[in-house]
Every structure is written in C-alpha cells, then in structure tokens.
Write a protein that binds this ligand. Structure first.
Ligand SMILES: [Zn+2]
Ligand SMILES: [Zn+2]
Length: 335
C-alpha cells in the first residue's frame, strides 16, 4: 500500500510502498477514504511531541471502510464506514480509565503518533475506539469532525459548562482554523455569541468567521468591547494565554485546546485573580466522540475542507502551518 512516512522529525514525509497491514485481535483493517490534517500532525512532524513511533504514518482523523476483521473483531460488519480518532487504545485499568477520564490514561496510545495512522491507503484500528459516523457527511467532510470537531467540542464543554457568575454566553475563540470553524456553528446553534480573534490583518480568516455566524471578528491584539464569559485558545501561541485572561470577566474560563504551545510569558497575578480559571484539554474520551457526533448529526455543520491527494501530504501540512486553508485540509488516499 502507498503511505506517507515520517522517518525522523524535522524531515518531510516520504511516499513509500509498505506491506499490507494485518489486523490483530480486536482490530479492523480499513481502506482509508479520507484523513484530515490536524495541527497536531505538525507538532509530531516538527518534533515538538516527543517519542513518536518511527517510522510513522501520521494522521488521526480517519474515515475508512472495514475490509478485514482481525480475530475476535465483531463490532462492525465488513464494508461499514467508521471514523478513527486520536485516542487509539487505553489500558482500561488505571486510575484515569476507571474514573471516566480515559483521555488521561497513562498507557494510552495515539493514532498517527504512537500507533500508525491514516496518511495511507490502508490502516488498522482497535474497533473499540472507532466511531459510527453520521450519514449526512461524505468522507472528506466527515474526517475533520474526528479531531477538530470532537476535541474542539471537549474544549467547548469545559469552557461553557461550569462558569462562575452566570452562563457562558459570550465566547471568544483565539485562532480560527479547522476546530474554530466547526465550534462557531455549534456555539451559535446553542444561542451563544462568538467573537473570533485571529492574527492581526488576517482578513480572510475574519471574513470566514463572520460568514459562519461570529458576531465579531478581529485581531487577537484587540480587547473585546465587553468582557468574554469564556475563551478557547486554538492557536499554539503561549502569549495568547495572558491575552485571553485579560479578555474574560471575573469567574470566566480560558481553555487551552492544543497539545503543544510555545512557552507562556509571565504575567501579573491580578489578571488571573477574581476566580478566572485557566485550564488545558488533553485528548478525548469515547464519550466525547459519541456526544459530538450525535450533535453533528442533529445540527448540520458546514465543513469547509480542501482535498489533497495522498502524495501531496507535505503541501497540505505546509498550508495548515501557514494558515492559508479555510477550514480543514483533507487527504484522500484512495481517490
Ligand atoms: Zn488507563
Ligand atoms: Zn488532531
């Protein structure tokens, strides 16, 4: 099968012809229809996330059809379409797995990082970690739901479910890429007011945000006219932590949604004081995935995606890095 392979962090991916993978017990072999490109893939390729399995096939937003079942795999039929997310395997017995926080499992394995991923014609997944996808999205438009959508949704819940001092009506999003473009639509459907903060001068991203229902879009250097109730930071820029804390009201929540950020500069304690909450989001649980995909079946989301053939994975990564994509970049290995 054809695959794009990372031999060493810092190098471009290499197009390779690999042997057909074989599903082990409880695993399924998938023909990959689409695999979205996540910013996390950049952190893996750039070496900001340590100790990937090498050589590695990246990619963790996979839509595929089951073409072979390993021993004891019987959850899905042959031919079923499933989604494979970042969380690829957990131990089931650690303190986190036993308390509904499998996203923090100390033994967890991650698709396209410590398990082989979806930048390939074929991939293998543990069937317990696969999702059934809503029929209303084709492969290219379903793939971005699998990380941008569902880890974004975990961040959204953490930002909005437990505020102090009233509901989280005014929500700021810092960085307007694949995740923010989906979450804006969910938040607007929930009756929230979305403010989108982008790089100064990125008028295309700001227009994109307004087109999806944001009531205001502008530079992350700007303070909102009224304080935010909550903010989510998607851009991997540590300086935005202070920026967002200054923008939220007392009791407001700031969630860092990425897996990697540049260092956070020091800032005065008074900007955290008054019970502002700063927290991060790590990975996803299967429950997060089920909840978000049920939501995506109910609220028809406009998924903006640009398709790339598999050998163009390096170009797709470059477009995500430069922020020149509107929405998500998606590889289509079998088309
Ligand atoms: Zn565990
Ligand atoms: Zn991701």
């Amino acid at each position: 099968m054809q695959a794009m392979v990372l031999d060493l962090p810092g190098r471009p991916l290499r197009l390779a012809d690999l042997p057909r993978p074989r599903p082990g017990p409880g695993e399924v072999l998938l023909g990959v229809e689409a695999c979205a490109v996540c910013r996390t893939d950049l952190h893996v390729v750039d070496g900001e996330l340590l100790y990937p399995t090498l050589p590695l096939v990246p990619g963790h937003e996979i839509v595929g059809r089951i073409i072979e079942q390993g021993p004891q795999a019987r959850r899905f039929e042959i031919g079923a379409r499933v989604g494979v997310p970042w969380l690829g395997w957990t131990c089931g017995v650690c303190q986190f797995c036993r308390t509904g926080a499998e996203n923090l499992c100390i033994e967890a394995r991650f698709t396209g990082y410590t398990r082989q991923g979806g930048y390939a014609e074929l991939t293998v997944a543990d069937e317990r970690f696969c999702f059934t996808l809503p029929d209303t999205y084709d492969a290219v438009h379903a793939a971005p739901l699998l990380c941008a959508g569902l880890i974004g949704h975990r961040a959204y819940r953490q930002a909005t479910e437990h505020p102090f001092g009233g509901e989280a009506r005014r929500l700021g999003l810092y960085g307007f890429g694949a995740a923010a473009h989906l979450l804006t639509q969910v938040a607007v459907a929930d009756g929230r007011r979305v403010l989108a903060f982008t790089r100064a001068g990125d008028s295309a991203a700001q227009a994109h945000a307004r087109g999806l229902g944001a009531e205001w879009a502008g530079s992350s250097d700007d303070l909102p006219a009224e304080p935010l109730d909550a903010a989510i930071i998607f851009a991997p820029v540590g300086a935005l932590v202070h920026t967002a804390l200054r923008a939220v009201r007392p009791g407001g929540v700031v969630v860092c949604a990425g897996i990697h950020m540049s260092d956070i500069p020091t800032f005065p304690y008074r900007d955290l004081w008054q019970e502002r909450v700063l927290r991060s989001v790590a990975n996803l649980t299967r429950e997060d995935g089920e909840r978000f995909l049920a939501r995506a079946a109910q609220v028809p989301l406009r998924v903006d995606a640009t398709a790339y053939p598999l050998p163009s994975a390096n170009e797709a990564l470059a477009a995500v890095r430069q922020g020149t994509i509107r929405g998500a970049a998606v590889l289509t290995p079998n088309s």
